[in-house]
Design a binder for this molecule. Structure first.
Ligand code: NAD
Ligand code: UDP
Ligand code: UDP
Length: 311
């Protein structure tokens, strides 16, 4: 049985990861400051003798004894990461330093939840891991993008300088049950709006694309990546390569939910990437991993979740 630390474990992805690693027979320490995560996300795990919850902010040092670390702590949606941009950068950078310092002391393998946002608004398509990205370092998204880029830098420097066993996954848009209903992400926005019979808010002309990965597929990828041989560091793209425009997504959500919602068009936020699609050849060959869940099926699960939580 491994003792595994999951930072950001009460969040959307973190709570699914806690569940999955508990099922695999591990002893889980979930660390979260509840900025965007919630106790309800992990309420069903409380009481399990192999699950422990600790309220803690990763920008402060943490002294615990663990075998593996998954570092997920960081608000992920623009609404949340722009609420306190300085804290966002601190969470990525100081959080990475503390978790790397911890990993170094206890000789733990450490996984970093990085992001497709390290590619910024890309000029190559789809994005391969060797693309260096095009990020505006002073824009409103920079606290997140540059924070995550710096975290990757720190991971590689600890790897080279201190021989740390690191694993970096660059996650593309992921959706599913336990997404925050008010975090402004497109899947949760469209579903909640459709369920409430409100207008579906399309930013720009709705022709920009994203590729959406269902949470279960992503978590499978995390676990496979963590269990690769020592020395394989990544970064590795994880996401669903099937690309949709926001108009297509709105149509699919409306088909599933029904109701009378209309589309309403709003200005495109600054620095909003026009196109995003992962190249997942590396994950396919290295992890034998590819997403399995179709958008319609994943949306059904997510709609069911929001129906339940919104009453
Ligand atoms: P989330 O906001 O649901 O989860 C983040 C968790 O981190 C929350 O529980 C939050 O309370 C916690 N947290 C934030 N700051 C903290 C701090 N200083 N100390 C301790 N805990 C803190 O978001 P998510 O979608 O689950 O994302 C998890 C990770 O995956 C993040 O690092 C995010 O950048 C990355 N990621 C997610 C996506 C996606 O599509 N969901 C895409 C790319 C990358
Ligand atoms: N750290 C931590 N837990 C540990 C070990 C270290 O939180 O178990 C923090 C520590 O506060 C330090 C950071 O990780 O600021 C980086 O640690 P490292 O050993 O790399 O550097 P140093 O202690 O020399 O600053
Ligand atoms: N978007 C939209 N309507 C919304 C929320 C988002 O059209 O209500 C668009 C947004 O402008 C972006 C895409 O959907 O082009 C994905 O946005 P999200 O915030 O989910 O993810 P990210 O931009 O980080 O990929």
């Amino acid at each position: 049985m491994k003792k595994i630390l999951i930072t950001g474990g009460a969040g959307f992805l973190g709570s699914h990861l806690c569940e999955r690693l508990l099922k695999n027979g591990n002893d889980i320490l979930c660390v979260d400051n509840f900025f965007t995560g919630s106790k309800t996300n992990i309420a069903h795990l409380i009481g399990n003798p192999f699950f422990e919850m600790m309220r803690h902010d990763v920008t402060f040092p943490l002294y615990v004894e663990v075998d593996e670390i998954y570092n997920l702590a960081c608000p992920a949606s623009p609404v949340h990461y722009q609420f306190d941009p300085v804290q966002t950068t601190k969470t990525s950078v100081h959080g990475a330093i503390n978790m790397l310092g911890l990993a170094k002391r206890v000789k733990a393998r450490i996984f970093q939840a990085s992001t497709s946002e390290v590619y910024g608004d890309p000029e190559v398509h789809p994005q391969l891991e060797n693309y260096w990205g095009r990020v505006n370092p002073i824009g409103p998204r920079a606290c997140y993008d540059e924070g995550k880029r710096c975290a990757e830098t720190l991971f590689f420097d600890y790897h080279r300088q201190h021989n740390l066993d690191i694993k970096i996954a660059r996650i593309f848009n992921t959706y599913g049950p336990r997404m925050h209903p008010n975090d402004g992400r497109v899947v949760s926005n469209f579903i909640v709006q459709a369920l409430k019979g409100e207008d579906i808010t399309i930013f720009g002309d709705g022709q920009q694309t994203r590729s959406f990965c269902y949470v279960d597929d992503l978590i499978e990828g995390f676990v496979r990546m963590m269990n690769t041989e020592c020395g394989f560091t990544g970064p590795i793209n994880m996401g669903n390569p099937v690309e949709f425009t926001m108009l297509e997504l709105a149509e699919k959500v409306l088909q599933l939910v029904g109701g009378k919602s209309k589309l309403s068009f709003h200005p495109l936020p600054q620095d909003d990437p026009k196109q995003r699609q992962p190249d997942i050849d590396l994950a396919k060959s290295k992890l034998d991993w590819a997403p399995k869940v179709q958008l319609e099926d994943g949306l059904k699960e997510t709609v069911a979740y929001f129906k339940k939580t919104l009453g």
